[in-house]
Design a protein around this ligand. Structure first.
Ligand code: FAS
Ligand code: PHB
Length: 392
């Protein structure tokens, strides 16, 4: 098989890149190890920055997103058993975010790819990358016991943190930076009305909690938990009780609970791999970086990576210019590190750390109190949360 770009991974990065390339007539094949249903079954991100929304609109995929997505102008910070809203829209000159689950973004991209007849190989096994240090890279894989080879001009490693792409990069040329947090997030999805119209990020001496949603009738909640916790240990009732303990009384009392339709524990880490390019191999999204979900940046960083990559590849094929692909890694990393910093800062502010103690709790509460009373400090949070601007 021959294509121009071989994309490894059919998560948001891979599918978004595939559609951006298709839009300008660049042929790509997406090679995914799992089934489409499995990919759709993973419950992950919930908040889209304007830049991500704009990309979906640019692809003509915004109809369902705008019909079903929830536009939010603010978030709430809970602490000391109270909560206060940060009016991000006012503080950022009108910018907002949209709550529209990653599952729905992925579904819209999958449907668009199928509709345009572009090739996606699901349940590909033993995916291997070859010769990307030269001008004729190849990807091999096995499907239903048959070996396949894809000759291409470029490989886009969109296969997430545990993928084969970063692992295939020359390790001597790879620099990685990592911070593992001493806790995880226990997440629950339930068909119950959200606790509030906008998200509530709650700092509590028992640990962090987050109230989010997927629609007016489907809620998404998280509580900080120990890395030793197992999902089986947490009954629905235990989850609801702990969540309520970490929220202000008004929200806790009004909360409508119900059976969990999904329950999972995610570890939290900050991770960046540099550079994001090795010859004809480009890393994008979680393959190159991971952020704790506190800042709602993971999916949005993936979108900005593939926006830069699609532009660089378009310049290569349309203008015979390598300027865009040569600038790709540095351009992505400038924005990645700002998002990594914000996600680390917000995680450090809102979570209970084992070595924090009572002094640490008081310092966090003081910083939240200062932040909520300072236009400058609230603006700094707001402009990072809604998404920093893309470089041109
Ligand atoms: P993905 O991991 O989504 O997709 C990579 C794809 O590559 C997968 O489909 C995988 O099956 C495939 N793949 C892997 N190895 C392969 C191989 N060898 N060959 C072929 N295919 C291969 N972000 C937020 O903003 N908010 C959140 O609340 C949030 N929660 C998260 C919870 C969890 C448990 C995880 C893991 C991430 C979460 N994230 C969250 C971040 C998440 O949304 C990512 O940023 C987003 O999925 C990035 O998309 P991709 O880069 O496409 O990577
Ligand atoms: C979610 O709705 O899953 C979500 C929202 C905001 C976050 C993290 C997760 O910061």
């Amino acid at each position: 098989m021959r294509t121009q770009v071989a994309i490894i991974g059919a998560g948001p990065s891979g599918l978004l890149l595939g559609q951006l390339l298709h839009q300008v007539g660049i042929d790509a094949v997406v090679i995914e190890q799992r089934s489409g249903d499995y990919v759709l079954g993973r419950i992950r991100a919930g908040v889209l920055e304007q830049g991500t929304i704009d990309l979906m609109d640019q692809l003509g995929l915004g109809e369902r997103m705008h019909a079903e997505g929830l536009v939010h102008g603010g978030i709430n910070l809970g602490f000391r058993n109270t909560r206060q809203r940060i009016d991000m829209q006012a503080l950022t000159g009108g910018k907002q975010v949209m709550v529209y689950g990653q599952t729905e973004v992925t579904r819209d991209l999958m449907d668009a790819r199928a509709a345009c007849g572009a090739k996606t190989v699901y349940q590909a096994q033993n995916v291997r990358l070859h010769d990307f240090d030269g001008a004729r890279p190849r990807v091999t894989y096995t499907k239903d016991g048959v070996n396949h080879e894809v000759e291409c001009d470029f490989i886009a490693g969109c296969d997430g943190y545990h993928g084969v792409s970063r692992a295939s990069a020359p390790q001597a040329a790879l620099r990685t930076y990592e911070k593992v947090y001493p806790f995880g997030w226990l997440g629950v999805l339930s068909d119950t009305p959200p606790a509030a119209h906008e998200l509530i990020y709650s700092n509590h001496e028992r640990g962090f909690a987050l109230c989010s949603m997927r629609s007016e009738t489907r809620s998404r909640y998280y509580v900080q938990c120990s890395l030793d916790d197992k999902v089986e240990q947490w009954s629905d009732q235990a989850f609801w009780d702990e969540l309520r303990r970490r929220l202000d009384p008004a929200v806790a009392e009004a909360m409508v609970t119900g059976p969990s339709i999904e329950k999972s524990i995610a570890p939290l880490r900050s991770f960046v791999a540099e550079p994001m390019r090795f010859g004809r191999l480009f890393l994008a999204g979680d393959a190159a970086h991971i952020v704790p979900p506190t800042g709602a940046k993971g999916l949005n960083l993936a979108a900005s990576d593939v926006r830069y990559l699609a532009r660089g590849l378009t310049e290569f094929y349309a203008d015979k210019s390598e300027a865009g692909i040569d600038a790709y890694s540095d351009r992505c990393l400038r924005r990645v590190w700002k998002a990594v910093r914000f996600s680390w800062w917000f995680t450090s502010l809102m979570h209970k750390f084992p070595d924090g103690g009572e002094f640490g709790q008081k310092i966090q509460e003081a910083e939240i109190g200062y932040l909520l009373g300072s236009t400058a400090a609230s603006t700094a949070l707001a402009e990072n949360y809604v998404g920093l601007p893309y470089e041109v």
